[in-house]
Each structure stands twice: as C-alpha cells, then as structure tokens.
Design a protein around this ligand. Structure first.
Ligand code: SF4
Length: 667
C-alpha cells in the first residue's frame, strides 16, 4: 500500500470498544477506500473480500507491505487486526493469531515492538519495486527478497538475529520467558548455559560520557550511579511505574491472564478510564465495572470513571530518574523515562517488573537564547519539527521519509526554568516525532515543588478510599524519601548523540502551529493567518489548568464565539478548580460546550467535530480523520486556540500580540 498506514487505519479509535473481540474488530481495518484498498462497505467494513481473493488466487500466505507502517500509537489491537488476516492461529487459543510478514520502508518503532511481541516477521527494506499481487520469496537468514519472475532482488537485514528466535517462539515475550526458564532449569541441574538461543549483539564499548536517558536506564539496570547504558545494548531495566488506559486495559488484562499473573511485580500499576468515560457504550460500562477489581486484586491502583486523563494522573505518581511504561503511546513521564509499549509488553512489565529494551540512541534538542514575548511552551514544542525540517533531520514526504527522532530518545536541554507540567508538553509530543521516549533535564526546585504537591494528592487519594492502598502508601514513602534527599541525574558534558538540534529562542517571535493533517507540518503563524475555522478544541493531556485559565482570560467578555468551541479539562481536579474560579461561567457565556474530564475529542472515539470542519486544537495529533471525518486540524497553543475562537479565523501576528498584551501569565 502506498503512503502511510497509521495504527488508526488498522484499528480505528471509534471502534475501540470492540478491541478485545479480535475477529470482529478486524472487520474495521482499512475500512476507508484509498488507492489499492477496496473496502467491503466503504467507511464501515474493511477489504476482507479483497484479501480473501488475493489469498485464493495466489494460493499463498499474504504479506502486508506499505511505505510507512504503524505510525501513531502503541495499540496492540492494530497488530491483532493485521495478524488476523496475515497470521496463523495460535493453537488452543481461540481468536488469537501470531506470525505473518510485514514489510515497509519504515515501521514505527512502537509498532515494530508489538509485531515482534506477536511473532510477526517485520522487516524494513526498500519496498518501492513491490506491487499488490506480486509473489515473493523471503530468505531471512540470507537477507534477500526475490519477486517471482523478476531478476531483481532486494537486500535487507533483520533487526537482530534474535528476531528469528522470537519468530520461532511465537513472539518476543514467549522467547524471554522460555530463555529464563531454560536458564533457571539448567542452573538447577548444574548444566552450562544453553547454546540453542541466538545471542544479542555484543554490547558496544561503553561510551565515554552518558546522556540523561542513558543514566536513567543504567540506574534501572542496577549500574552504579553515573554509569549509563550505551545505545545498542540489550538490557532489561526495572520498571517502577506502569500505566494502563481503558482503551488497552481489556487487552492488557487478557495478556496478564495468559501470563497467569496473580500479582504485579512493578511497584505501581495505574488503571484509568479516560478514553471512554464521556459517551460510553455498553461494552465500555462493563470494562469500567470489571477492570478496577482485576487491577487492584493484583496490587494495582485504579482511578474512577470521570477522574480524567491517565497521563495527567500518572505523571503525578512517578518518581524522578526511574523507568516506566504504559499501554498508550503518550505514556512519557516528565520526570524519569517511559518507554510506551503495546499491551503484551505492558502486561509483561507489570507482571515481572522489568521489560526488554534495545537501548536506543538519543537525539539532543538544545534550546538557547531568551524566550520572546507572547511565545508559549506549546510553540517551542512545535519548534522542534520546524527546526528539524530546516536542519534536514525531518521530511514531510511519506515515501523515503527522513525522521531523525524515529525510534530514538529525544532529550531536551537548555530550558532551565521549565516546570514539570511544561516538561510534559515536550515528552508528550515526542510521540508525534515517533521517538521511543523523551527525557527532559529539569532542576531540583521544579521537581521538589512538583513532588510536594503530589504527596498531598496521594494522601488525598488514600483518604478518599482509592485502592490499592498499600501501593499508594509505598509510593508516598518513596516520594518522601526523595524529598528528604533530593538529587537528579544529569547528562555528562561529553555525552554523544546521534544528532543535535539547536533552537535559538531569540528567533521565535510568533506562534507555531502544526498544519492539517500532519503533526510534522509545523509553520509560523504568519503562514496560516486568516484561515477561517469552524471549531476549536481546548483539552487533551497537552493541557493543564493554567491553559484553561489563560484561555478564559483571553475570551472573557467577548460575547458568543462564532465557532463551535469544546472545553475538556484533563482531570476532575482541574475541572473543580476551574468551576470554583468561575472559569466555567466564562466559557458558558461565550457558548462553549463543556465536556466530561478526559480525552474527549483528542481520541476521536467519543464526540467528534463535524465532517470536513476546519479546527484549531490543543490536542496531541492531527492525523487524517482522527477528530472528525475529513476534518482539517491545526494544532496550536491554548492561547492561539482561544484567540482564534473569538475571531472565527486564525489571527494575524498583530491580532495575536495585541490580545496577548493584557495577559498576565501565559502557558
Ligand atoms: S488526551 Fe489524547 S493523547 Fe492524551 S491520552 Fe487521551 S487520547 Fe491519548
């Protein structure tokens, strides 16, 4: 298939409720007509007849081939759907398939991991010469792809020889467990280590200096402080915190059952209900009733429907310089480091307290200069793709796309006054760069005041009867221990990076928006000023209470806005504060629609914008059709969004600066 296939194409967010029913959910895969795809019913049911016809006429297994594959999220349901058509039944496990072959120029790293976990042979190679219907032979050990009837061969290299063992074991997790059991048994029998398993590549020579992320992973691997894990090293860091959102929670639950997990080894596992709370379907209600006890019986902590977005809570429960994961691609802690993953790996990390990791390289983004008046943190977040394009580290074209951040760790430095909440805007948006993780160098005062607030939050959760109490008390104690002796790891001066991107704050004097419909298509305001808009969305995990305060100050007294405006506070706590401060009254007076705290329009599985609407949104990503069918979505700061809502169009720089002039505190 040409172009980019996102996880939403494979597992549409609107059908999230059916994810645990793999064959049924798979019917929605690729349901929208596009070049090369003929859905059974356009917009409703994917190309099952076309796939069956290909299988029948070729008499062979089907491989999935595309230019760019798996962009977007860590949702394992995307892999499940794909494997439903290209994989093979797992014996004695109804509705579960593994194996299959996926070929693409670029496979998004998190998606690559979920394919790996499912025993799929995923290979990145030049697919430009392949056509639908070609009969191909693959020689993975020799690294050759041959098209029948053609003299051409395409060379490739599997990511690691261990991948072929994973394939034979039916997936990466099966292999890890099998290896561990074999080692334990041979050790008990006093036999030498087994030689049947492929070995991971030799660890590269230790680097001279380490980046912040390398040191955080080093600590999680038990190395002495100051030592880091060099890129390319296979390791299994201890996982201290795991997040499980409601969209992947039922899949994680099924994977935990497969692992026979009766108790978590990860120190804190948090379950949320933020994606489905506003307009739940009957299946969602069932999950909301059943999942909390499943998690708390295993010592996890469960939020309640209506509490709000998982990251807005999880961030407040994490510890400095520790490693975690979560079943949502935006699980990217502002302190410490998180490697988001599919539900199979998340279940494994929760159950065993560790996860497999091929330590990625890092890309450093270094800010320098002075922040200019009227510029927000969100604008700086968008400056990263803008400057990366200028530096040749990123391209917009999907064919042979360049993306220096893909699969690497994005490390941010040079913003000394950043708060932890602001740091999360950077780490959160690293998902849009397809980065494996993101680390921000923060100062002790910022982290200290953040943890002091979080201690109070945990005390409140305990008082309000959140379970599992012992887990919350343990986390509270760990925070107090840190507060008694605060310290933070720091990158070495001589750390080396795969690339360094310098951004001069002195040059950024106008807001930066990401244009429809690509989060990499970042442009200065002056390039898009005057564009008429239909709707504005203020919400998502990219926002916190300060964004809504500023937005309400900007629109106060302006009369009814000429657009449909949506307000979705990220958490119940934020909603309570905004209500008490009278901000909801301001939003109500301008005709805004106030939504239940949670993901709301950002996920696009609940309420949606009108078909074809032009939208300014503070949400995380603007992939085609995510927020509404055919919608054109500009990603922007809360300030730009609020001003645009009053005007009914994207403001000019002069309009923006004049409205911002009266604002005391910007986000
Ligand atoms: S607000 Fe959006 S990006 Fe954040 S967790 Fe919800 S759906 Fe994901």
């Amino acid at each position: 298939m040409e172009g980019e296939i996102t996880t939403d194409d494979l597992s549409p967010a609107t059908e999230v409720w059916s994810r645990p029913d793999v064959p049924f959910h798979a019917l929605s895969m690729l349901r929208n007509a596009r070049p090369g795809v003929t859905p059974d019913y356009d917009g409703q049911r994917g190309p099952t007849r076309q796939i069956e016809e290909l299988r029948r006429t070729s008499g062979r297994d089907i491989a999935f081939v595309s230019d760019v594959l798996g962009t977007g999220s860590s949702r394992k349901s995307a892999t499940n759907s794909l494997l439903w058509y290209i994989g093979h039944d797992v014996p004695f496990q109804p509705n579960k398939r593994s194996g299959g072959v996926c070929l693409a120029n670029t496979i998004a790293p998190i998606f690559f991991n979920t394919l790996q976990d499912s025993g799929c042979l995923a290979i990145e190679l030049d697919v430009s010469a392949l056509q639908t219907g070609d009969k191909i032979s693959l020689y993975p050990y020799a690294g050759r792809l041959v098209v029948e009837g053609s003299a051409n061969e395409t060379p490739f290299q599997v990511k690691s020889p261990v991948l072929l063992d994973e394939l034979r074991a039916g997936g990466r997790i099966n292999l890890i467990l099998g290896r561990r059991l074999t080692a334990e048994a041979r050790n008990y029998l006093k036999l030498p280590p087994s030689e049947v398993f492929q070995q991971h590549a030799e660890a590269p020579a230790a680097a001279v200096g380490f980046s912040l992320a390398q040191k955080i992973v080093g600590r999680a691997c038990g190395l002495p402080d100051g030592q880091g894990v060099s890129p390319g090293t296979y390791c299994e860091p201890q996982i201290s915190t795991v997040g499980s959102p409601d969209t992947t929670g039922p899949l994680t639950r099924d994977e935990l059952k497969d692992l026979a997990c009766l108790g978590f080894s990860a120190d804190l596992v948090l379950q949320s209900f933020c994606h489905t709370v506003a307009y739940p379907k009957p299946a969602d209600i069932r999950v909301q009733k059943e999942l909390p006890s499943f998690m708390t019986e295993r010592s996890g902590v469960s939020l309640r429907p209506g509490d709000g977005i998982i990251h807005s809570w999880l961030n407040r429960l994490v510890l400095p310089d520790m490693v975690g994961t979560g079943g949502d691609s935006h699980t990217r802690f502002p302190i410490g480091l998180s490697f988001p993953a599919g539900s199979g790996l998340v279940a494994f990390a929760a159950a065993t307290g560790a996860m497999p990791l091929d330590m990625p390289e890092s890309v450093l983004v270094r800010f320098r200069g002075q922040m200019q008046s009227g510029i927000t943190i969100r604008d700086l977040v968008h400056a990263i793709p803008l400057y990366a394009k200028r530096a040749g580290l990123l391209t917009l074209e999907k064919a042979n796309k360049v993306n220096a951040f893909a699969g690497r760790i994005l490390e941010i430095d040079g913003l000394s006054d950043l708060t932890v909440a602001q740091a999360f805007e950077f780490t959160d948006a690293s998902a849009e760069r397809s980065a494996a993780a993101c680390a921000v160098q923060l100062g002790i005062p910022a982290v200290r005041s953040f943890l002091q607030e979080n201690v109070k939050l945990i005390q409140r959760m305990i008082a309000e009867g959140y379970n599992e109490r012992a887990t919350l008390e343990r986390r509270l104690q760990a925070m107090e221990n840190w507060l008694n002796e605060p310290s933070l790891l720091r990158a070495d001066q001589n750390a080396t990076y795969a690339a360094v991107l310098e951004i001069n704050l002195d040059e950024i004097s106008e807001p930066i928006l990401c244009c429809p419909n690509d989060p990499d298509d970042a442009r200065f305001l002056s390039e898009v000023a005057g564009t008429n808009i239909d709707e504005v969305f203020l919400g998502s995990c990219m926002t916190n209470v300060s964004h809504f305060r500023t937005a309400s100050d900007l629109i106060k007294g302006n009369g009814e806005v000429p657009v449909r405006m949506w307000i979705a506070p990220p958490t119940k706590l934020d909603a309570d504060i905004l209500r008490e401060e009278g901000r909801f009254s301001t939003f109500g007076k301008v005709g805004a629609r106030i939504e239940t705290p949670g993901c709301s329009l950002c996920m696009g599985n609940q309420a949606r914008v009108r078909d074809g609407a032009t939208v300014v949104s503070t949400s995380t990503r603007n992939f085609p059709n995510r927020m509404g069918n055919g919608a054109k979505v500009f990603l922007a700061s809360a300030e730009t969004a609020a001003i645009a809502s009053s005007l009914g169009r994207i403001p000019t720089i002069e309009e923006y600066q004049s409205m911002m002039a009266g604002i005391a505190e910007i986000s």
